[in-house]
Design a protein around this ligand. Structure first.
Ligand SMILES: *[C@@H]1O[C@H](CO)[C@@H](O)[C@H](O)[C@H]1NC(C)=O
Ligand SMILES: *[C@@H]1O[C@H](CO)[C@@H](O)[C@H](O)[C@H]1NC(C)=O
Ligand SMILES: *[C@@H]1O[C@H](CO)[C@@H](O)[C@H](O)[C@H]1NC(C)=O
Length: 314
């Protein structure tokens, strides 16, 4: 019985685990944009040469965003860097992980779309969100590529923002913000009035706590609308999260019930078999006793027919 319970529990685990693993997060708008921009950036390589910056052409619904692509050998990136890739200063010592022979560095400037794709309630962007993402250059017609990681093993990559909006003196200090692919903001101090530094890929900007510069100029009008949608999205995602949890819970409960019923059915069947076996054994010993009293050949003759028939009839 113990073994049976174990087997049932194992089965339960098997029932549950694929459901839990199948829970995948829906892609954020920013990640969908990353994938689209990778595609448009790769299309910019008409007659691809390494070390040349190619500007991508975007469709009208992405007007305002600037995207470029730069193909480099990983070895050249590590040994030479790339001094000026728009605002990014890439020093020597940048290592690509996992290693591929050639990479494409995709540059994003989200300009007036920064708030839309990287909403940051409580903060105001003082410069557009800039992105630096790295992909494998092996297939220049590939779509849906996964981003590669980079690590600046020596000095960091610098991001020198141009046209940073000024903040009133005496207010909160502007800070650098960095988003990795998960979209979680991380804040750092500025290196200089318009320079941030990073050891990794991602999206970067300069922000300031907006609570103290509430009567900000015109852009505050454009900053406000995305915030409710951001809140809505957060609420929506917490709602979907709740739904997902209850679905998984229900699935687990159902699985549990099914396994329990299965256990019960098996237990009953085994019990029945046990009883039948015991009855058969009793019959056997009775027969043996009979055999003991009478002649053996006779017993063998009577043994087959009635006992087996009884067993099947039961
Ligand atoms: C690419 O775009 C940048 C501005 O984003 C511009 O300065 C540069 O001249 C363009 N390069 C080419 C080759 O068109
Ligand atoms: C950004 O500006 C472009 C024009 O340059 C416009 O078509 C687009 O709708 C604007 N995007 C947002 C989110 O305001
Ligand atoms: C902005 O500053 C105010 C006052 O210093 C503080 O209470 C608030 O938490 C800050 N907001 C953020 C998002 O850091």
């Amino acid at each position: 019985m113990g073994f049976l319970i174990c087997a049932c529990l194992l089965q339960l685990l098997f029932l549950c685990s694929p459901r839990v693993a199948a829970q995948s997060q829906p892609l954020s708008p920013a990640r969908i944009l990353d994938a689209m921009l990778q595609d448009y950036a790769y299309r910019a390589f008409v007659r691809p040469r390494t070390g040349i910056v190619y500007n991508a052409t975007l469709p009208g619904n992405l007007a305002g965003i600037a995207v470029s692509a730069l193909r480099l050998r990983s070895g050249s990136l590590r040994r030479k860097g790339f001094a000026e890739y728009f605002e990014f200063g890439i020093p020597t010592g940048v290592i690509v992980q996992p290693y591929v022979e050639r990479v494409v560095l995709v540059y994003h400037n989200l300009r007036n779309w920064s708030d839309y794709y990287y909403p940051l309630p409580g903060y105001t962007y003082l410069s557009p969100v800039l992105g630096l993402l790295v992909y494998d250059a092996a297939n220049l017609s590939a779509v849906g590529l996964e981003e590669l990681s980079i690590v600046a093993s020596g000095s960091p990559i610098s991001v020198s923002f141009s046209n940073v909006r000024a903040v009133p003196p005496g207010g909160p200090a502007p800070r650098c913000v960095w988003f990795d692919l998960d979209g979680v903001p991380q804040f750092q101090d500025l290196e200089a009035t318009n320079v941030c530094s990073t050891y990794r890929r991602g999206h970067f900007s300069i922000v300031v706590n907006s609570s103290e510069i509430a009567p900000a100029p015109a852009p505050s009008g454009t900053v406000v609308p995305p915030i409710p949608t951001a809140g809505g999205r957060a609420k929506g995602s917490s709602k979907t999260w709740k739904i997902a949890v209850s679905v998984v819970g229900a699935a687990i409960a159902l699985g549990l019930l099914a396994s329990l019923m299965l256990c019960l059915v098996r237990y009953k069947r085994d019990k029945k078999l046990e009883v039948m076996e015991r009855n058969a054994e009793v019959g056997e010993t009775l027969r043996m006793a009979q055999v003991g009293r009478t002649q053996a050949p006779v017993a063998l003759g009577t043994r087959t027919q009635p006992v087996i028939e009884n067993e099947y009839a039961a």
